[in-house]
Design a protein around this ligand. Structure first.
Ligand code: BGC
Length: 491
């Protein structure tokens, strides 16, 4: 079923549900709102959506803290709304990839009190393990009189995958959702589901490990090498168990590891996010290394994203005038490309709201979707304010020649014609060019014109003149039968 919906090199659209579309005026995005806006995804031409967590949750981590996996969080709607969404998506040929959190639950999940052996406990703080969000990963629980391990917020106790009951319970949850028709799962923070049962200290990281993470709110976490809490062999065993038990479900892995370590995940799952890519500096040499440094892109199942609900938006990192170039890059790589809601209209990071909602500082990237000049996200007061709907919104960009939205639509269509693995043909600090079969993709990231080889233009953004590519411009070319040699140059 999912294989029909997810074509080769699919494009997925990340819906951050809370901020996408509100149907009932409470200022919070919901399932019925999303269903009413599905045609936006169809217009874009994507293959499906990654739906951030919908489950019942006290929302300490906006749904990544689940208190009941078999129910819908009341602010997001009801189970009939979820069924209606899946149905409406399928009617439109869109796949639904559900975000599932299998490494931890909410502290309010009944398992925490009724099945404490499904969690990880110690009588004293046993080691130096850090929480991703800062501070010790151990929290004292008054009621139990012991400490529990939490990789994320203290309200998110980690599950003990050393207990086979956890596997059984998680498989039951996945079976419940495939039974309701979802096409697959994004496996949240998969690399961290298993930990060393000996609870040994983690070694200090080399300071170079922090390179590229300067703006990362989670820098403290990366000061350790997570050899006892991440990427343990059991993680792959469990992934294999899931892939075997749910052969029809598309599996999208979230494992925040260097590209070189992703291959075993890519072998077992449909794709695995390339975090090196989302953190790559704006530099052709660095990008080339990330894109195919490990030779993985040729497999066609790396997952590419330039923004998501945790990371600064692409336009804010690279600059608005590079939005078009970034879109060309994202949508011409082989594999799975993910568009974070709002990137297709060039949304930037916002200031957050008057009150801090996410304690680790991710409000800036979660502002509501801007549908029209007055916002169009809600009839009420949005849970986070709009940023700049008067200048950046879907309605104004739809059908407007040269708008970011139209660029995305065109590039998604063009993607269907790109074939074969990526082959880097030029990488300089301000310039990157690569081939996909008969197509050459050239990106000028710098401030100066760059020489451009011959070839028929099939797509361009920015300024292109014969033999020259303007600053912050990009082109896709095919071999031009009329030009000398007939092939785009390979510089
Ligand atoms: C999600 C985050 C979340 C964390 C804990 C991540 O990978 O994308 O939003 O806070 O997992 O579940």
């Amino acid at each position: 079923m999912r294989r029909e919906r997810l074509r080769r090199d699919p494009v997925l659209y990340e819906v951050y549900l809370r901020s996408f579309a509100d149907s009932n005026g409470d200022g919070i995005g919901d399932l019925a709102g999303l269903t009413s806006r599905l045609d936006h995804l169809v217009d874009l031409g994507v293959d499906g959506l990654w739906l951030t967590p919908v489950f019942r949750s006290p929302q300490f981590d906006f749904g990544y803290d689940v208190s009941d996996y078999l129910d819908i969080h009341v602010e997001y709607g009801s189970m009939p709304d979820m069924d209606a969404l899946i149905d409406a998506a399928h009617t439109r040929g869109l796949a639904v990839i559900l975000d599932v959190i299998i490494g931890h639950t909410s502290i309010e999940h009944f398992w925490f009190r009724e099945h404490p052996d499904r969690y990880i406990w110690a009588d004293q703080i046993p080691n130096n393990w850090l929480s991703v969000f800062g501070g010790s990963a151990w929290r004292h629980d008054e009621e139990a009189g012991r400490y529990y391990y939490h990789r994320f917020y203290p309200e998110q106790p980690n599950l003990n995958w050393g207990n086979p009951e956890v596997r059984r319970a998680v498989h039951e949850i996945l079976g419940f959702w495939t039974g309701r028709g979802v096409d697959g799962f994004r496996l949240d923070s998969l690399d961290g589901i298993a930990v060393d049962p000996g609870l040994q200290d983690e070694p200090l990281a080399d300071p170079s490990a922090l390179r590229g993470r300067e703006r990362d709110p989670w820098a403290q976490y990366w000061s350790l090498q997570h050899v006892h809490t991440c990427n343990l062999p059991q993680v792959l065993t469990e992934l294999k168990e899931i892939a075997t038990a749910f052969p029809d479900a598309a599996l999208v892995v979230e494992a925040d590891l260097p590209n070189e370590q992703l291959l075993p995940y890519m072998r077992l799952a449909d794709c695995s996010f390339a975090f090196d890519f989302i953190r790559a500096p704006l530099d052709g040499v660095a990008l080339a290394r990330v894109i195919d440094g490990a030779g993985l892109a040729g497999r066609g199942n790396l997952a590419w994203a330039l923004s998501n609900h945790d990371q600064p938006r692409m336009v804010s990192r690279w600059g608005r005038d590079l939005a078009g170039v970034a879109a060309v890059l994202l949508l011409s790589l082989p594999g799975w490309s993910f568009i974070y809601q709002g990137d297709e209209i060039g949304m930037v990071d916002g200031p957050g709201g008057p009150d801090l909602r996410d304690r680790s500082g991710r409000d800036a990237v979660r502002h509501p979707m801007q549908w029209n000049r007055s916002g169009g996200f809600t009839t009420g007061t949005p849970w986070l304010p709009f940023i700049d709907p008067e200048v950046c919104n879907v309605e104004d960009q739809r059908g407007a020649a040269g708008s970011t939205l139209e660029q995305y639509r065109t590039l998604i269509r063009l993607r269907r014609e790109l074939r074969g693995p990526v082959r880097i043909v030029a990488a300089e600090p301000g310039f990157l060019a690569f081939r996909r079969g008969g197509h050459t993709i050239s990106l000028n990231l710098g401030d100066e014109d760059h020489e451009l080889g011959p070839g028929q233009l099939v797509y361009m953004t920015g300024r292109v003149e014969p033999g020259r590519l303007g600053p912050r411009s990009a082109v896709v070319q095919v071999a031009d039968p009329d030009s000398t040699g007939g092939q785009p140059s390979e510089r």
